[in-house]
Design a protein around this ligand. Structure first.
Ligand code: ZN
Ligand code: ZN
Length: 296
């Protein structure tokens, strides 16, 4: 399997703290580089993480709130100064995309590269490649907001020993079996179930700034955990989630691991957050700035 790299660039909510910057998550796979949200300071965090801020392929914005977009003008300006040429795609909720464009162009800026704005509306596949795709997922917040799901496609691995036993050496047979098709060979029918192993692709969901919502099954879930249960009313009022609610969503989504994200600056210690989450969902971490995860 190809390594899938994720770096949490900023993990705070609304305002930065000494320990936490504002939301931005970097994801790298198969030579593609994506950013989910672009909070203030994201480009410097990319540098600190050893990632090139100017080589991103696309940026996916969850919604038009300052803590998720204030990093955009600076980052795009640096791309221009570095003479970037390849296109940059920016996905953002359809109803507020024009506001994000204003923000980017508030200071004179004429990009040296094609800047392609893509409105997001509902649940749709936004980026598609042979091995993976990225789709949007509607969330529940005070403005149109989307979560984003990275989906690695399932693939079939040839059971070479079994095929060798039969004496099959034909790449056309291999190709059909890998595509999940039956193949006739020497008067026999070879089925993909017998001669390949289905390797399930990995799914990563980024769902922040949302009240608790049902989400599709994912393996790794990065979820809004702005408040503790003691501030449940505040969470409800501001359409955010509590740690307990995040853990419940992760459990229902069948996730292997939960990362608590978008942490209110009022919480300086991780332990109370972990304690609350673990009552519901065991494999949990509080996302930290510059934390890099490599899923192999
Ligand atoms: Zn936020
Ligand atoms: Zn928000």
């Amino acid at each position: 399997m190809q390594p899938l790299k994720i770096v949490f660039l900023g993990t705070s909510a609304s305002v930065p703290t000494k320990e936490r910057g504002l939301p931005a998550v970097y994801l790298e796979y198969e030579g593609r580089r994506f950013l989910f949200d672009c909070g203030e300071g994201a480009q410097r965090q990319l540098l600190l993480a050893g990632k090139s801020p100017t080589s991103l392929d696309a940026i996916f914005i969850t919604h038009y709130h300052g803590d998720h977009v204030f990093g955009l003008p600076g980052l795009l300006n640096s791309m221009e100064l570095n003479g970037r040429e390849k296109p940059l795609y920016i996905f953002a909720p359809a109803s507020t995309l024009h506001r994000i464009r204003w923000l980017v162009h508030a200071i004179p800026f004429s990009p040296s590269f094609p800047l392609v704005w893509k409105p997001v509306k509902g649940r749709e596949v936004l980026w598609e490649e042979k091995l993976f795709y990225i789709e949007s997922y509607p969330l529940k917040h005070s403005t149109e907001t989307y979560g984003y799901i990275f989906v690695e496609r399932d693939r079939r691995k040839l059971l070479k020993d079994k095929l060798d036993e039969l004496g099959v050496k034909d790449w056309k047979v291999y190709r059909k079996l890998k595509a999940g098709e039956e193949v006739e060979w020497n008067g026999a029918v070879l089925s993909p179930e017998d001669y390949t192993l289905l390797v399930k692709g990995r799914k990563v969901g980024y769902f922040v700034d949302t009240a608790p919502v049902e989400v599709p099954p994912v393996d790794y879930i990065i979820f809004d955990a702005t408040f503790l249960e003691s501030e449940r009313e505040k969470a409800k009022e501001t359409l955010h989630s509590t740690v307990k609610e995040a853990a419940e969503v992760a459990k229902r989504a069948g996730a292997k691991k939960l990362f608590l994200y978008h942490i209110s600056p009022r919480y300086r210690e991780e332990d109370p957050l972990l304690e609350e989450a673990r009552k519901v969902f065991g494999n949990v971490e509080v996302a930290r700035d510059l934390q890099e995860i490599v899923l192999t």
